[in-house]
Design a protein around this ligand. Structure first.
Ligand code: IPM
Ligand code: MG
Length: 398
C-alpha cells in the first residue's frame, strides 16, 4: 500500500518538476516589452467580476469615459467588455478562466479587472482555482506592484510582489498523499526571482528613492527563500547607488506598525504569499484594502485590479451600493500611467486623493451611515473637472 502511494506521489512530483523546468525555458526566451505608444487602437478590457465587482467597475468606467473622452472619440483607445469572468460561468466550465474568455483577454493590451470570487474548500462553489492566480500565470504577469501612500504620516511605500511563483503557482496542485498527509509545494526560480528583483531595484534607482528592502524568511525556508535572497544579493551589485537590506517577514510585519520605523521603508520586494499578506496590512494605513489598487505587469500584457476580493458579505447584507470604488479607481490610474498617459493618470490620482484623504466632503464606510459608491464617484468626477485641481492638491500637500 505504502509503495503504491509513494509511487503516485513521485509521479506527481515528476510532472511538477518537468512543468517548472519548461516554464523556466519560456522565461529565458520571453518576448521584449510591448511598446504601447505604437498601438492604435489600444484595447482596454473590462472584466466586471462578481459580488461588488460590477458595482465598483461601473463607477470606474464612468470616470474613465470622462477622462478619456477624446481618445475614445478619436479611436486611439477602445473599451472591450469581457463578460464571461463570473463565478457562474467559471463553474459552468469548471475552469478558473474558461478558454474563450482567456482568448478574449489575449486580444486586449491591458485589462481592468474587478474582484472575482475565489472558491475555497467546503464553500458553496466547486473548489476551482482563483481567476486572479490563473490570469497572472496565463498572461505571465510577473510583477504585482502595490503602492501605499499616506502623505500625512510620511508613508510612501511601493511593494513589488512576485506574482507567478512562490506558494501560489502550485497552490491548486498539492497532493493529498493519504488521508493523514497533505503536501503543498512552493517554487522559486532564479529567472522568476531575478525579473521582479531587478524591477524593484530599477524603480528604486529611477525614482531616486535608492532604497530596497528584500523580504523573505530565508532563515527557515532555506531553499526557495534562500534563492530569492541570494538573487537579490547578485542583482544589487548592478545597482551600487541603491542601498538594500534583507528583512524577515515576521519582523517586517511588526515594524510596519511601528510609527518611528515604518516611514523609513521605501521600495519592498518579496515572494508571492508574503507580498499578499504584507500589502493587505500596508493598505490598512491608507484606509483599508478598499482604497488600494494593484498593477499586475508582464512584458506583453498588464492587468489592473483592486487588492481585495468580491465582498460577498456586503452583497448578502444588501450593502453593495456602499462599496468603495477607490481601489479600482486607483488601479485605473495605475493603468493610465502604465500605458504612457502620465498626465491623465496623475489627474485621476490627485482627484482621488483629495476626496479620500484631504478634503473628505464625503466618506465611505461600507454602510448606510456613509456615502454610496455612486455619490463618491460623482464627488471625484466633480473634483476631476474642477479648474483649480492642481492648486487644490498643492494646498493640501504642501
Ligand atoms: C490579492 C488577492 C488574491 C491573492 C486572491 C483573491 C486570490 O488576495 O490580489 O491579493 O491572494 O493574490
Ligand atoms: Mg491579497
Amino acid at each position: 500500500m505504502n509503495n503504491q502511494v509513494i509511487e503516485k506521489a513521485k509521479q506527481h512530483f515528476a510532472t511538477i518538476v518537468s512543468e517548472q523546468l519548461e516554464r523556466i525555458e519560456k522565461m529565458k526566451t520571453a518576448k521584449e516589452w510591448i511598446d504601447y505608444s505604437k498601438i492604435k487602437p489600444l484595447i482596454i478590457g473590462f472584466c466586471w467580476g462578481d459580488g461588488i465587482g460590477p458595482i465598483i467597475s461601473q463607477e470606474t468606467q464612468r470616470l474613465l469615459e470622462e477622462l478619456l473622452s477624446e481618445e475614445l472619440r478619436e479611436g486611439k483607445l477602445k473599451f472591450k467588455p469581457i463578460d464571461g469572468l463570473t463565478i457562474e460561468n467559471r463553474v459552468k466550465h469548471m475552469k478558473a478562466i474558461p478558454d474563450d474568455v482567456l482568448e478574449e483577454l489575449k486580444t486586449c493590451h491591458v485589462i481592468l479587472k474587478a474582484p472575482t470570487t475565489t472558491p475555497e474548500k467546503g464553500g458553496p462553489y466547486p473548489n476551482i482555482e482563483s481567476a486572479n492566480v490563473a490570469m497572472r500565470r496565463e498572461l505571465d504577469l510577473f510583477a504585482n506592484v502595490r503602492p501605499v501612500k499616506v502623505p500625512k504620516q510620511g508613508i510612501n511605500w511601493i511593494f513589488f510582489r512576485e506574482n507567478t511563483e512562490g506558494a501560489y503557482i502550485l497552490g491548486s496542485k498539492g497532493i493529498q498523499v493519504t488521508d493523514d498527509l497533505a503536501v503543498d509545494f512552493k517554487v522559486i526560480t532564479k529567472q522568476g526571482a531575478e525579473r521582479i528583483i531587478r524591477m524593484a531595484f530599477d524603480y528604486a534607482q529611477k525614482s531616486g528613492l535608492n532604497d530596497v528592502t528584500v523580504v523573505t524568511k530565508a532563515n527557515v525556508v532555506k531553499t526557495t527563500d534562500g534563492l530569492f535572497l541570494e538573487t537579490a544579493e547578485r542583482v544589487s551589485r548592478d545597482y551600487p547607488g541603491v542601498k538594500w537590506e534583507g528583512w524577515y517577514i515576521d519582523i517586517m510585519t511588526a515594524k510596519l506598525v511601528d510609527p518611528k520605523r515604518r516611514t523609513q521603508f521605501k521600495v519592498m520586494v518579496l515572494p508571492n504569499l508574503y507580498g499578499d499578506i504584507l500589502t493587505d496590512e500596508a493598505a490598512e494605513f491608507q484606509g483599508g484594502v478598499g482604497t488600494a489598487g494593484s498593477a499586475n505587469i508582464g512584458k506583453q500584457y498588464a492587468m489592473f485590479e483592486a487588492i481585495h476580493g468580491s465582498a460577498p458579505r456586503m452583497i448578502k447584507e444588501g450593502r453593495g451600493q456602499y462599496a468603495d470604488p477607490s481601489s479600482l479607481i486607483r488601479a485605473a490610474a495605475m493603468m493610465l500611467d502604465h500605458i504612457g498617459m502620465k498626465e491623465k493618470a496623475a489627474k485621476l490620482e490627485k482627484s482621488l486623493e483629495i476626496c479620500q484623504q484631504f478634503e473628505r466632503k464625503l466618506t465611505i464606510t461600507g454602510r448606510d451611515n456613509g456615502a454610496t459608491g455612486r455619490e463618491f464617484c460623482d464627488y471625484i468626477l466633480e473634483t476631476l473637472k474642477s479648474h483649480n485641481l492642481e492648486q487644490k492638491y498643492k494646498k493640501f500637500t504642501s
